[in-house]
Design a protein around this ligand. Structure first.
Ligand SMILES: Cc1cc2nc3c(=O)[nH]c(=O)nc-3n(C[C@H](O)[C@H](O)[C@H](O)COP(=O)(O)OP(=O)(O)OC[C@H]3O[C@@H](n4cnc5c(N)ncnc54)[C@H](O)[C@@H]3O)c2cc1C
Length: 358
């Protein structure tokens, strides 16, 4: 029978290293373990939180429920030919290790998602993305178990309702299904790399040229992404952070024109294949929508390198909030709520959390 522990600290299980406690805690290593948990009747009415690496969860207080820590391991090839490979990966595998493994095998498709901390199982939840690539680009399907019934279901790509940093598992089915494994289709042909990605802070092409010569290889791109990220982001083993605390807002053309009066050089991006999560919002219906950089606007509002008590923003990136030693969950949340209030006041735009608030 699976072991359930009580009053356990999650300090090692969240990348902010906040000392929050959970009332109940268990770790699953197999499908049987998950089935065992779903069969425990005393947890039928208890809130359940599935925990991967805790790189996208903001605990604002102790958790009064059951945390299921995911340690399902393993990967296998489902199909392979001269053009592509379909691999199935168990959800407790480490995402950065998976990317390294695919690059090592010369399989193309998730190299720009290198160094994103966390587990494979969380990757579809917010449809992880970076440097122009998103999980959905290579995603085939996933297998998940319904926590209330113990039934296993396969979700095809279209069932997952992927959007920008969003999926059905972050909204309608949040905490209802435990993702067991995912399948990805990766190409065996590395055509000339699209190194055009750039922002105000970084350029993939420039990074590549700093250590390699064209035509760039898959390994070159992988290395360039890691170099950029290491320069840009704090080391999660040393510093408490959840990466980008807020998502980049989507606004309509009218709002953009308003912003441009004040900030003529504001960068904005086409929505492309991404969809706005709340497209029903009357402000946005029928409008031409663009994405604007939250970090840039926060910086303009004076939020870069700002510290209050044990919480502060990164010296170079206002979007990256850091919890210093001794920080409490309440302190962290109060800091980020201040950021949101200030943003709304200055720009009349809602800043939405990218991370899951617990
Ligand atoms: C320094 C840093 C940089 C980052 N950079 C990026 C980036 O470039 N792009 C990006 O997209 N994200 C980025 N992130 C966010 C984070 O890495 C991703 O969201 C990652 O997928 C989180 O994985 P995790 O295992 O830690 O998930 P957790 O934080 O443990 O969980 C996140 C959510 O997914 C749910 N969940 C987890 N596992 C499962 C499962 N098996 N079944 C069902 N639900 C599950 C949880 O309940 C929770 O709601 C960054 C984070 C940090 C700290």
């Amino acid at each position: 029978m699976i072991a359930i522990k009580e009053n356990i600290s999650l300090q090692k299980d969240n990348t902010l290293h906040l000392d929050v406690k959970t009332r109940f805690f268990t770790e699953v290593h197999s499908l049987n373990d998950i089935v065992d948990v779903t069969n425990i009747s005393r947890f039928k009415n208890t809130p359940i939180l599935i925990l991967g690496g805790g790189a996208n969860i903001l605990f604002t207080k102790n958790y009064d429920g059951l945390v299921i820590k995911n340690s399902l391991k393993g990967k296998k090839i489902i199909k392979e030919n001269n053009n592509y490979v379909i691999i199935e990966i168990r959800s407790g595998e480490d995402w950065p290790e998976l990317v390294a493994y695919t690059v090592e095998n010369n399989w193309v498709g998730i190299e720009n998602l290198a160094y994103i901390p966390g587990t494979v199982g969380a990757s579809p939840v917010q449809n992880i993305g970076a440097y122009g690539q998103s999980l959905e680009d290579t995603f085939v399907s996933l297998e998940a178990i319904e926590l209330s019934s113990g039934k296993i279901k396969v979700f095809a790509k279209e069932d997952c309702e992927f959007k920008y940093r969003d999926s059905i598992f972050k909204s309608e089915l949040k905490d209802k299904y435990f993702i067991i494994s995912i399948r990805l289709k990766l190409s065996k042909h590395f055509k000339s790399v699209d190194s055009s990605y750039h922002s105000r802070y970084e350029s993939l092409e420039e990074e590549l040229k700093s250590f390699a010569k064209p035509p760039f290889t898959l390994k070159n791109v992988y290395e360039a992404i890691i170099r950029i990220r290491q320069k840009k982001l704090p080391d999660i083993n040393k510093v408490g952070t959840i990466g980008s605390t807020f998502a980049n807002p989507f606004i309509n053309k009218k709002q953009l024109l308003e912003l441009q009066k004040k900030f003529p050089d504001i960068q904005f991006y086409p929505v492309d294949k991404m969809k706005y999560p709340s497209i029903n919002n009357p402000n946005l219906q029928g409008a031409d929508i663009v994405k604007i950089p939250a970090g840039w606007l926060l910086e303009e509002a004076g939020w870069k390198n700002k510290r209050i008590g044990n919480i502060g923003t990164h010296p170079d990136h206002a979007l990256c909030v850091i919890a210093y030693k001794g920080a409490t969950p309440e302190e962290f949340y109060s800091f980020t709520e201040n950021m949101r209030r200030d943003f709304k006041e200055k720009y009349k735009i809602d800043l939405e959390y990218e991370v899951n608030i617990i």
